[in-house]
Design a protein around this ligand. Structure first.
Ligand SMILES: *Cc1c(COP(=O)(O)O)cnc(C)c1O
Length: 336
């Protein structure tokens, strides 16, 4: 093992092992096991390969300043995986099995967790229909797998603010669709709008609501917040937005620790363009400032394209809890 902790980006590094468990028709989930990280084989007729019957999660383990290894709110990811699985007719994984997998795979790959200030261990649970199907139907068998990878910052820029474009050409998710679940197909569909934005020089896309194109929804794979006159607002979880664990954590920190006003309500596009601060949240991106937003021909410069005070505070508060720098007053950390 030879990892240069200073050069970590958000990309895959192979580690020692991954966790795998199976579900076969009529037999419930078997106890999982650790196997070396590597390729797996499945039939070309696997449900996941033909019809996208798969869901995933994304979470992190941190090395705290006291050299402890902790998971951040794993029960929230397990809860969300359960809802995602149910929506795609994937047999639900008992939370005990899920947690067993997380603890085992992180424990076994402890050496791959970066030093506190260099990054974290990204954890990727996936649940796939791996049994054979020909007609559109739920697969007869399933695989639960967790692999991990040390990661650094999601955006190479470090502290630079993001430059985003509002897309009016594509929607991420429709009302009553699957936008509120981490189903794999949602992400293949986001690649093309993302590619167009990137080739025009933007970091990512901001999506509007499919029903009326009036309200902001989220950024590619992160939730969005605005700040105006010391009041924080974020779009409500009304079905087409992914219920982010980071989103929920930021709301708790803002309301309960900082005693700020947080509204979950529809946010018109024009209101975002006039905001004092705009930022996005996610496990991968943490709390990242947005400094410039282009919508049609209008360009909104947010807070002089610098990180705002409230964005900075929320970022620091969240990171301090995750790294054991401040007290875990919400009980969010689970030791490995
Ligand atoms: C995963 C994801 C998020 C962020 O969720 P976290 O639990 O905070 O990582 C936001 N939006 C989309 C579309 C996502 O897939």
């Amino acid at each position: 093992m030879n990892i240069n902790w200073d050069n970590l980006t958000f990309s895959l590094t192979h580690t020692k092992s991954m966790y795998i468990a199976h579900w076969d028709n009529g037999v419930n989930w078997t106890e999982g096991e650790l196997i070396p990280f590597g390729n797996i084989s499945m039939s070309p007729a696997a449900g996941v390969l033909n019809y996208g019957q798969g869901v995933f999660e994304g979470m992190k383990a941190f090395r705290t300043i006291n050299e402890e290894v902790v998971l951040f709110r794993p029960e929230k990811n397990i809860e969300r995986a359960t809802l995602s699985a149910e929506r795609l007719c994937i047999p639900i994984i008992p939370s005990g099995l899920f947690m067993d997998g997380l603890i085992k795979v992180v424990g076994d790959n402890r050496d791959y967790i970066p030093p506190t200030d260099k990054g974290s261990l990204y954890i990727r649970p996936i649940i796939w229909g791996t049994g054979e199907v020909l007609g559109v139907a739920p697969a007869p068998s399933y695989t639960f797998l967790i692999y991990v990878s040390p990661v650094g910052p999601y955006f190479k820029s470090g502290v630079r603010c993001l430059n985003l474009r509002v897309t009016k050409k594509y929607h991420r998710a429709a009302p009553r669709g699957v936008g509120n679940f981490k189903t794999i197909g949602n992400y293949a569909a986001s690649l093309y709008p993302q590619k167009l934005a990137k080739s025009a020089g933007f970091d990512e896309v901001i999506y509007l609501n499919a029903e009326s194109d009036e309200f902001i929804e989220e950024v590619g794979s992160a939730n969005i917040f605005i700040v105006k006159d010391n009041k924080i607002a974020t779009p409500p979880l009304a079905g087409s937005i992914l219920p982010g664990v980071t989103r929920d954590s930021v709301i708790h920190i803002a309301k309960e620790k900082l005693e700020m006003n947080v509204e979950e309500r529809p946010i018109p596009l024009g209101e975002m363009m006039e905001a004092d601060e705009v930022f996005c949240t996610g496990t991968a991106v943490s709390v990242t400032p947005i400094g410039q937003i282009t919508s049609d021909d209008s360009v909104g410069i947010i807070n002089n394209n610098t990180i705002g005070e409230i964005t900075q505070t929320l970022n620091t508060e969240l990171n301090n809890v995750q790294k054991g720098i401040s007290e875990d007053s919400f009980g969010w950390l689970v030791p490995v």
